[in-house]
Design a protein around this ligand. Structure first.
Ligand code: SF4
Length: 321
């Protein structure tokens, strides 16, 4: 009899970062006010996927971007009436109103109908499921979602596209960081299994907001300044990094992921302890961990902080035999 476990890639990724954070996440604890930069990143992902999937161009593209940003702004503003939050939402919306049309303009001669799939073209098709043998009688099915897939050139080489909206980027470590990320390893492993001519990952960077509205500046003046900055140096705002993977590397990734999935399953079954990672690199990295303020006051129960609410029921790894 074969025992099969089913596990989402984001769950494994969270667990590798910190078991305590993974436990809170699996219990459904989420920030009442999410990090706005992350919410902006979700908006960008959605717009890119939809524009590419539906081949929107010209005025229809411009209209679509505007409408989506407007709808996002309304949704974000419903989360709080605090002046600071409302201003930050307006500012971020104004930023992407300028940046996104320029992004599509910048890549218009390169982007073509070579796309194979998108996050939102067919949610179902693009969800990948990949079965990995853990032992003689045990497998794990890893599930996840790629941003986009593209087949390029005469040989139809397959690349996974991953959209990133970082504002601060350290060029000396950026590629290595991306290459060793669990998400990258999984994308490589799964796509290599699905497509014979898989080549690697392309990180499609759209620079996140680091510019602020000046004290005496209107939103329109801010947008003009962002526009001018893009014209001065568009490659600072938009760039793509190709990271090819060799078959030997992919084999190593499979070994890593097999060992990690085994440990995760053991933890989930109560055979490994839960503890706070406490590494400042994980707790307060590029994006601070959502639970930072809770962990900084560990004797206060999470429900008493007033910062979190429980949104979903604990999701379990499923086991079938
Ligand atoms: S703040 Fe640090 S210790 Fe706490 S859950 Fe996040 S990563 Fe873990």
């Amino acid at each position: 009899m074969i025992m099969n476990h089913s596990l989402s890639t984001s769950r494994l990724d969270n667990w590798l970062d910190c078991r305590y954070g993974a436990m809170l996440r699996e219990q459904g604890w989420e920030l009442i006010f999410p990090a706005l930069a992350r919410e902006g990143g979700t908006l960008v992902h959605h717009i890119l996927s939809m524009v590419y999937a539906k081949q929107k161009k010209g005025t229809s593209q411009a209209r679509f971007i505007k409408t989506q940003i407007k709808a996002w702004t309304v949704q974000m503003k419903l989360k709080s009436s605090q002046q600071k939050w409302l201003e930050e939402v307006e500012e971020l919306a104004a930023y992407y109103e300028v940046v996104l049309p320029e992004y599509f303009k910048y890549w218009k001669d390169v982007d073509s109908p070579e796309w194979l799939d998108f996050e939102e073209k067919s949610q179902k098709d693009n969800l990948f499921r990949f079965s990995l043998l853990l032992g003689k009688t045990e497998t794990v099915t890893l599930q996840g979602k790629r941003d986009a897939l593209r087949a390029v050139g005469k040989k139809k080489s397959v690349w996974v596209y991953d959209h990133k909206t970082h504002s601060r980027i350290d060029p000396s470590t950026f590629i290595s960081k991306l290459k060793i990320a669990t998400q990258s390893k999984l994308y490589a492993l799964v796509t290599n299994e699905q497509y014979e001519n898989f080549k690697g990952l392309v990180y499609n960077v759209i620079r996140g907001k680091s510019m602020r509205v000046g004290k005496k500046e209107t939103l329109q003046q801010f947008q003009d300044r962002v526009y001018d900055k893009i014209q001065e140096d568009p490659s600072h705002f938009f760039f793509r990094l190709e990271i090819p993977f060799t078959q030997a590397e992919i084999k190593t990734f499979a070994e890593d992921i097999r060992a990690q999935a085994k440990e995760y399953i053991a933890w989930k079954m109560g055979n490994l302890p839960t503890y706070r990672n406490g590494s400042t690199k994980i707790c307060c990295g590029v994006f601070a961990c959502a639970y930072l303020q809770h962990c900084a006051n560990p004797t206060t129960p999470i429900e008493a902080t007033g910062l979190f609410e429980r949104r979903i029921r604990s999701a379990k790894i499923t086991h079938t035999s």
